[in-house]
Design a binder for this molecule. Structure first.
Ligand code: ATP
Length: 192
């Protein structure tokens, strides 16, 4: 992380096998670390990162340090087991945001679209909306959710989400085709 929220200096955290605990006083940036992971994996909601606008993730300065102009987070996955559907043994994703709004995603150093990042994590149980990262308040939400909402959570975890998305997209295409067909029918009617 560099320039992300409270991390004005370049900071690297190694998540070793087993459990990694992050401890620190209130306001020292523990949640910011989790948010950095969400962000690099494609989080699009500034509110989900406790901000009003996306630029709020860029280090905004303190009494002693000037604000920075860009936020950068990278995450490296050991993919030797090819759990993520990619030929690479190691996958590095990087997201960079500039204060003027320019932003980019890099996959092993090559610029890619957000969609490529999302596809990489689809059905992996990772990804920014997955349940591999459960933030404060989310546990309570799951317990108190309505049965339908809880069902959608289970569908997400079970990997049904991808098919639902495909179905929605196919539905949209069908509607477009129907609209075109209606227009053709109208034209034919006028010509007859
Ligand atoms: P708690 O234990 O209370 O949950 P925490 O260790 O999780 O706290 P965070 O909520 O991660 O702490 O960090 C909050 C700190 O991050 C605040 O001091 C806030 O000023 C700082 N911060 C957030 N966004 C920025 C930013 N864009 N620039 C500089 N500092 C920021």
């Amino acid at each position: 992380m560099h320039g992300f929220k409270s991390f004005s200096d370049s900071t690297q955290i190694d998540f070793m096998p087993g459990i990694t605990g992050i401890v620190g006083p209130n306001g020292s940036g523990k949640s910011n670390i989790i948010e950095a992971i969400h962000w690099v994996m494609g989080e699009q909601s500034a509110k989900g990162l406790r901000g009003d606008k996306m630029a709020d993730v860029i280090f905004g300065g303190t009494k002693t340090r000037a604000p920075l102009n860009r936020a950068e987070v990278g995450i490296v996955f050991d993919n030797r087991d090819h759990y993520l559907k990619s030929d690479f043994d190691e996958i590095e994703i990087k997201r960079i945001l500039y204060r003027n709004g320019d932003s980019k995603y890099l996959l092993n150093g090559k610029q890619v679209r957000l969609r490529d990042i999302q596809e990489l994590f689809m059905d992996s149980g990772l990804g920014h909306e997955s349940f591999s990262i459960i933030s404060q308040g989310r546990v309570e939400y799951i317990f108190s959710a309505k049965p339908e909402d809880r069902r959608s959570i289970i569908e997400d975890v079970a990997g049904v989400y991808k098919y639902k998305q495909n179905k929605t997209q196919a539905g949209k295409k069908l509607t477009n085709v129907q609209d075109n067909l209606d227009r053709v029918t109208d034209i034919l009617y006028e010509l007859e």
